[in-house]
Design a protein around this ligand. Sequence first.
Ligand code: ADP
Ligand code: MG
Length: 725
Amino acid sequence: MGTRKKVHAFVRVKPTDEFAHEMIRYGDDKRSINIHLKKDIRRGVVNNQQTDWSFKLDGVLHDASQDLVYETVAKDVVSQALNGYNGTIMCYGQTGAGKTYTMTGATENYKHRGILPRALQQVFRMIEERPTHAITVRVSYLEIYNESLFDLLSTLPYVGPSVTPMTIVENPQGVFIKGLSVHLTSQEEDAFSLLFEGETNRIIASHTMNKNSSRSHCIFTIYLEAHSRTLSEEKYITSKINLVDLAGSERLGKSGSEGQVLKEATYINKSLSFLEQAIIALGDQKRDHIPFRQCKLTHALKDSLGGNCNMVLVTNIYGEAAQLEETLSSLRFASRMKLVTTEPAINEKYDAERMVKNLEKELALLKQELAIHDSLTNRTFVTYEPMDEIQIAEINSQVRRYLEGTLDEIDIINLRQIKEVFNQFRVVLSQQEQEVESTLRRKYTFIDRNDFAAISAIQKAGLVDVDGHLVGEPERQNFGLGVTPSSTKPGKKAKSKKTFKEPLRPDTPPSKPVAFEEFKNERGSEINRIFKENKSILNERRKRASETTQRINAIKREIDVTKEALDFQKSLREKQGEYENKGLMIIDEEEFLLILKLKDLKKQYRSEYQDLRDLRAEIQYCQHLVDQCRHRLLMEFDIWYNESFVIPEDMQMALKPGGSIRPGMVPVNRIVSLGEDDQDKFSQLQQRVLPEGPDSISFYNAKVKTEQKHNYLKTMMGLQQAHRK
Ligand code: ADP
Ligand code: MG
């Protein structure tokens, strides 16, 4: 493939008793043929000075058996066709020189059969030797006579007469003849019958239509298509072998032919000379336009001459002196043909249906592998379908808990989940930004830094300190738990940390506020203690901050008073006239003391302000701790509540360390959302899915998901109602 190859040209000399030994000599290499002409013999015809010609070809077949001819000429072309290369074998020469004998052979004598039946035999033999491939064989038999196309196999009962005349059609796949019957043959025998049918028609037509069979071109085509029996193989190859028996090449009409003969002569001369032109053009690598369309012959053979196919020419000649002139002309044609280079290439095609099937199979296989992998690593619950809103909501809550610090890590499940985690980080972040801003807006009035009028107005009102910072007592936030009653049951003091007894399971779970009180004294006592501790620290800091703020405001007021007094002193001094001594201003004692006082006040102010800033940072931190504690308290309460009253005990076993489900594998609210019945169904489904094959997974997944979604929504609504109470 990809290498340029010359057309192979052979000469076959028809056996004769009158071989012109003195004129026709072969080179020792059996490849060249030398013609020597005695000047005196044909002086009248060959009147130029040249008397010696030498033609170098690919082989001279003298006294060669049909067997040898096939071996030399056709065998490789045919075997290459089975590998996907197109091939063309043409017989050229004057009438009677043995073209038909070479191509078709003697139909009545098996031994003398020609290239055509032998090629069919080779094809079927090779197919048998290639069980790895399903190879189909089709044949057609076309005759071109006086620029008209005839289907030599149209007489077959299942073909039927064609209504419209045949036309040559070109498409990206190549050239084909519209209307020409193409016959599928599954065995040698059928192919032979077709060949004989065609031959018979050729002979009959020559009688009934008064056609001279040596005046027509016949093209027998074998079409091959090879699909691998390995179904995963998407590529398949196609090829065709054209076996061409050309019309006699002798120059006709030179002695005043008329009518039919003249017409035939004109067409033959034309088509053969077009063939020659096309071939010469093909041989000339500089030419990019090849005149294929000038006649039916070259047009029909367009993708089989030169180009990407293996091409062989057999020139049939007489070895007799009397035919020397035509022989010379035939040999010239052969040597021109030899110049043509071709670039044989495999005709590979892709089976779209197989490709899709293969991809589907691959997908199923990968899913199966994932399923196996997942079941080995205890991840059978993992699905690989796009996420639904419930799953996304779960991830959102995981991200929130992670940010709050109540969740240590988010388990990696699959790529989709990782992507969604990042996505939810962004969502949560932007939500929090908005929340912070709106909280600030509720508490503070925002003023443009450059709006000096507004700033000074506020300064006057005592709302902003001298450096432009807002001063104000932070609001006392009310952060009750909603379900927390302010009193705790006395008498029911917490026992030592790790010996809490789980409450006995009542038939109907207690209401959440009641249960919460119990929880705070039981398992939640430690976290509740920390929560309270943090809260009292926070309150203490807030008190201090409030006191500091009051002090700052008092100092500020004093600063203002002092400033005013100072201004008054200053204006007084200006009115009385200033004293100056060596560039130093002289001021009275009162003014001096005021200046000192102001300086001191400012120092105080700064120090108090620094304290306030530190306190605020501390408050912020404490607030965060308190929030975190509150969340944990609530979350642990939820878990405790579910474990104590909602989640079935056998499922809790599975959730315990070392149980069949690892923490983080199933989001808590999903487990909660599965009632006992659903959980049973879910595990039953998991057991059923694999044996039935991966095809059933998507079906069951959809089913389970729909049920879970339903349950989740139901549970969430229930919880929300419980919270609202
Ligand atoms: P073409 O098709 O070139 O006009 P044919 O193949 O019909 O010529 O040959 C003319 C005759 O010569 C036929 O009877 C054929 O059997 C015979 N003939 C041609 N070549 C050979 C050969 N190599 N050996 C034996 N007979 C031959
Ligand atoms: Mg013939």
